[in-house]
Ligand binder design. Structure first.
Ligand code: C2O
Ligand code: CU
Length: 540
């Protein structure tokens, strides 16, 4: 395996989109930011220099970071921010990840403009479990806000209301032909007739899951979250913020222009979202005239829950000799975690009058502290977190039924769950109909997990485990928790450290739809956390 070095300079740069220019935080002045290239098993050092105006951290989304939570990145969870004028070198240790991941800022909402792809090719001497593509291309779906993104969430939190929605979605940084002042710069993927391309699709959108497709072309999805899956042939995918998908597309249609398009899947009744459509062009090389009308792919409409769930229910792990499925067949511990939207009651000190929007897991709305939890744990600093996150909801009720009689208020806290090294853990995530029922993309740091089951309504611990897939479940890092439904995930807690788990819809995470798992050290050194790097950003 090899070692790679990158320099990331966080710096302000000016960008013009939708007829307006703004200054925003970038890495090395580009949007999306630079792509990191490596092979399976390599190590990457990224020296991040902050020349911006405020403290930022970077997270390597989907990299397991074995024994090394120090480089994971979530602000106030595993480190304090890199302050302006300072730098910090992340050590990104790849293990079995292969495919596409991404990196993004993990401070407030700065990930809107600070993100990029991580492309992990097969190890030298090995190849893809499918015919080698002619060429490959990263496709990053993003969000564009005309205003300053940090101000959007600061204002929402200050007023207790919902944040402004984005002004457009983007593909590789461009809104596309359907928005004003955008046509010139629409991203074009130029293809040769008869060739097959590997698209590495990343959903970096802030607050919306996406339906994505290419007019006239079928997609063959071969990987998700840097693990291979059994190929799925489909006209559209549903991809949540945080997810990455590897997709083969053959240029097998009459040479012309075809739209690549993405629009939001948002199934929360009355929940505001960006309902615009971003496009790029799938453009054949050759001599022909540009069509007067470029066809759009036919995608499910924004609230088509069934279409979203139909797609996600088809995903299976590859389960081949070279890419086995190692799902725990039995478990040592089950955590049952409700995922809810709530109000904060007006007795809270943060409240200025009316109820404020909030979110929770097991009715605890997560609060960060000025010292990161990893440091507090490692150095035994008291008063930062409590190790009493409930292993099940304090109160059982019909989570997905009619909620009118239920008090939707939540408590606040910085509560974590302690796990022993090597435990086989199952987490049953239970969506609720508190305040609003909707799909939530739940992401776990430090692990990939197997999605062994999912369903609608309330989880039934007698009957539902009987229908688990323990043969070829997909190994992923972000699960689309079905609207008013449940998802069961399994993993072995063999990575000591402090690991964040949260909704990847940024507004829900900001409202407290987060919690933390701490995996204790095992008996040997190889089962223990590495010591902290000397140059960790200070918390003062
Ligand atoms: Cu993609 Cu906690 O992050
Ligand atoms: Cu959510």
């Amino acid at each position: 395996s090899n070692v790679h070095h990158y320099n990331f300079v966080l710096q302000n740069a000016q960008f013009t989109r939708l007829c307006e220019t703004k200054t925003m935080l970038t890495v090395n002045g580009s949007f999306p930011g630079p792509t990191i290239h490596a092979r399976k098993g390599d190590t990457i050092f990224v020296n991040v220099h902050n020349e911006g105006d405020y403290g930022v951290t970077i997270h390597w989304h989907g990299v397991k970071q074995p024994r090394n939570p120090w480089s994971d990145g979530p602000e106030n969870i595993t480190q304090c921010p890199i302050q302006p004028g300072k730098n910090f070198t992340y050590e990104i240790i790849l293990s079995d990840e292969e495919g596409t991941l991404w990196w993004h800022a993990h401070s407030d909402w700065s990930r809107a403009t600070v993100h990029g792809a991580i492309v992990i090719s097969p190890a030298r001497g090995t190849t893809y479990p499918f015919p080698a593509p002619y060429a490959e291309q990263t496709i990053i779906i993003g969000s564009w806000f005309k205003g300053d993104v940090k101000a959007v969430i600061d204002e929402a939190v200050a007023t207790g209301g919902g944040p402004n929605i984005s002004n457009s979605l983007t593909i590789n940084g461009q809104p596309g032909d359907l928005y004003p002042c955008s046509e010139e710069d629409t991203y074009r993927l130029k293809v040769n007739s008869g060739r097959t391309y590997l698209l590495r699709v990343i959903n970096a959108v802030m607050n919306e899951e996406q339906f994505f497709g290419i007019a006239g072309h079928s997609l063959t999805v071969v990987g998700q979250d840097a693990a291979y899956i059994k190929p799925i042939t489909t006209n559209y995918i549903m991809i949540t913020p945080g997810q990455t998908m590897d997709i083969l597309v053959s240029a097998n249609q009459p040479p012309s222009y075809y739209y690549i398009a993405s629009h939001s899947f948002s199934d929360g009744a009355g929940v505001a979202f960006d309902n615009t459509t971003t496009t790029a062009i799938f453009q054949y090389n050759g001599n022909y005239s540009r069509p007067s009308a470029i066809p759009l792919p036919v995608l499910p409409i924004f609230n088509d829950t069934a279409a979203a769930e139909n797609y996600t229910s088809r995903v299976r792990g590859l389960a081949s000799r070279d890419h086995p499925v190692n799902v725990p067949q039995t478990i040592n511990r089950r955590l049952y975690v409700t995922v809810s939207l709530n109000f904060l009651p007006c007795t809270e000190a943060t409240c200025t009058g009316s109820n404020r929007l909030a979110a929770s897991m097991n009715n605890v709305s997560f609060v960060t502290k000025p010292i990161d939890i990893l440091q507090a744990y490692y150095r035994s600093i008291n008063g930062v977190f409590d190790a009493d996150f409930p292993s099940e909801p304090q109160k059982y009720f019909n989570f997905t039924g009619n909620m009118t009689s239920i008090n939707v208020a939540t408590a606040r806290g910085t509560k974590v769950t302690m796990l022993n090294y090597g435990e086989a853990v199952e987490i049953v995530l239970q969506g609720t109909n508190l305040l609003a029922e909707m799909n939530h993309p739940i992401h776990l740091h430090g692990f990939s997990f197997y999605l062994v089951g999912q369903g609608k309504g309330n989880f039934n611990n007698e009957t539902d485990p009987k229908s688990y897939n323990l043969i070829d479940p997909p190994e992923i890092n972000t699960v689309a928790l079905p609207r008013s439904g449940w998802a069961a995930i399994r993993f072995v807690a063999n990575n000591p450290g402090v690991w964040f788990i949260h909704c990847h819809l940024e507004k829900h995470s900001s409202w407290g739809m987060d919690t933390v798992l701490i995996v204790r050290n095992g008996r040997t050194r190889a089962q223990s956390m590495r010591p902290p790097p000397a140059s960790l950003p200070s918390c003062s």
